[in-house]
Write a protein that binds this ligand. Structure first.
Ligand SMILES: [Zn+2]
Length: 491
């Protein structure tokens, strides 16, 4: 049996399952099992897609976002690349059994992974037209793609823009090229595992959510862009239908997202808050809003600082760990300080969640943040810049440190903890809506369905075993008993 994984970056379950016009999606739902899919913490594209593929949490991969501290210096953060993640992925396990894979745009995939088959770079690809820096493996695949679509595009550069007509047209153009390649490659018979990730959906959500969602603080009800998001789902449904039409019945089909989407209510200025609390100490308070890396930080007096982004990563300045560490160093000082900071952060915006890495990850590798914060349950971004006390007060949403504007450009949407999945296969013993599936569960489930070994490094559970053990919410009729015996559950 073969496996086809259609990745829809950021697909929101309420739209994917709620729009009856998505006829190919509904056909898959009626054939198989589907439901919300709990993502990892943080629910971010890097590392989430590789958490799926390896069935390991971010701490075990040692990758906590697009950018990570590479050591305990104050030198800032390094970008994750495909080389940041060496753990065994589902396609590696299949390669051990001699099976071939095609992976298209699965982040992070630059430089392109060397798989037993074909690999095409993701949105982190700097250029698709520079043959000295190949974005495909093997490199000659790039010429085949150029024959199909001309200049292949892996992302819309500058997608945080107010030129929405340009953005809409650019995303659709990129996505049509992408699906042309997907359909051509999927029609070949030289793969056992095929996975692609459409990044256009993520860009559409971030660029157009305020027109789509009446609850958004900046909603414009009569905007010409009000249907762009729904139109994009229709486009995806059409393209998915064309891929499905090429498959034979011995294919397990998984449609999935790495996380969901939700409206963004604003941003919380985390470093500004740390300055006010005298935990982040500056030699000089800036006269205008200034990115964190350009601030003159008095490290010897600083206890904590943070990165901005969809969530906050708080780093503590610890004696014996950081060069100019300020916090005690003994476990008690560190632990006591961190617990107190956690409580204070939980109170800054209602619904805020604060996580300690060792509480949510099986292991904690590389340099993890000391705390991970989802402001307002991801209703608010984390704003890393400082200088809002000098800035025009009208950008404030409230007297507190919540602002409407985003410091990295227009953005209407944040990621949500729950993405979506639809799994359809002739031998799947599950049917209908299932509650309780997690991102890490899918790779073991797929391997089980095709009769492959599940490597011990994988941390998720097969959804089939979980259903049999009663760990998922579903009706007993949703378990199809005669198919369980084919998978060895009924002796
Ligand atoms: Zn994503």
């Amino acid at each position: 049996m073969k496996i086809l994984v259609l990745g829809l970056d950021c697909a929101a379950p309420e739209i994917l399952f709620g729009d009856e016009r998505l006829t190919n999606i509904r056909r898959l739902m009626s054939l198989g099992a589907w439901g919300r899919l709990e993502s990892v913490i943080p629910p971010i594209t890097v590392p989430a897609w590789m958490c799926y593929a390896t069935s390991q949490d971010p701490g075990s991969l040692g990758v906590y976002g697009f950018r990570n501290r590479t050591d305990h210096s104050y030198a800032g953060l390094g970008f994750a690349t495909s080389r940041s993640i060496q753990e065994l992925a589902i396609w590696d396990q299949l390669a051990r059994e001699g099976k071939r894979s095609i992976i298209l745009g699965v982040p992070p995939n630059f430089p392109p992974r060397k798989v037993n088959g074909i690999s095409v770079g993701c949105f982190l690809t700097p250029s698709t037209s520079d043959p000295s820096v190949p974005y495909t493996y093997p490199p000659e695949i790039a010429a085949e793609i150029a024959d199909l679509v001309g200049e292949y595009e892996t992302d819309v550069k500058g997608f945080r823009t107010n030129d929405k007509a340009w953005l809409r047209d650019s995303i659709f153009r990129m996505s049509k090229k992408f699906w042309t390649v997907v359909q051509d490659f999927a029609s070949r018979d030289d793969w056992d595992y095929f996975q692609c990730v459409d990044i256009g959906l993520d860009r559409v959500h971030h660029g157009f959510w305020k027109y789509h969602d009446p609850e958004h603080v900046l909603h414009e009800p009569d905007s010409p862009f009000k249907d762009v998001i729904r139109d994009y789902y229709l486009h995806l449904d059409h393209e998915i239908g064309r891929v499905l039409a090429q498959l034979d019945e011995n294919t397990v089909v998984l449609v999935m997202s790495d996380h969901g989407a939700r409206r963004l209510d604003g941003g919380f200025c985390i470093n500004e808050w740390l300055v006010r609390e005298k935990l982040l100490v500056l030699h000089e308070y800036p006269k205008a809003v200034t990115p964190f890396e350009k601030l003159k930080v008095n490290w010897a007096e600083t206890r904590a600082w943070s990165e901005g982004g969809y969530y906050a990563r708080i780093f503590l300045n610890v004696k014996g760990r950081e060069a100019e560490g300020r916090i005690g160093g003994s476990a008690e000082d560190y632990g006591g300080f961190r617990d107190e900071l956690r409580s204070r952060l939980e109170a800054v915006v209602p619904g805020t969640l604060v996580f300690k890495p060792e509480e949510i990850y099986k292991t904690v590798k590389n340099v993890a943040p000391d705390l991970i914060v989802h402001f307002g349950g991801l209703a608010y971004r984390s704003i890393g810049g400082v200088g809002y006390d000098s800035a025009d007060p009208s950008i404030r949403r409230s007297a507190e440190l919540v602002i409407l504007e985003n410091d990295t450009g227009p953005d209407d949407c944040n990621h949500a903890q729950f993405g979506a999945f639809i799994l359809a296969s002739g031998n799947l013993p599950l049917q209908g809506e299932i509650e309780g599936a997690r991102l890490l569960d899918l790779a073991p489930t797929l391997l089980e369905l095709v009769g492959s070994d599940v490597p011990s490094s994988m941390q998720g559970r097969s959804l089939i075993g979980a259903a049999v053990r009663g760990e998922l919410t579903l009706d007993q009729e949703q378990i199809i008993r005669e198919r369980l015996s084919g998978l060895g559950y009924l002796g």
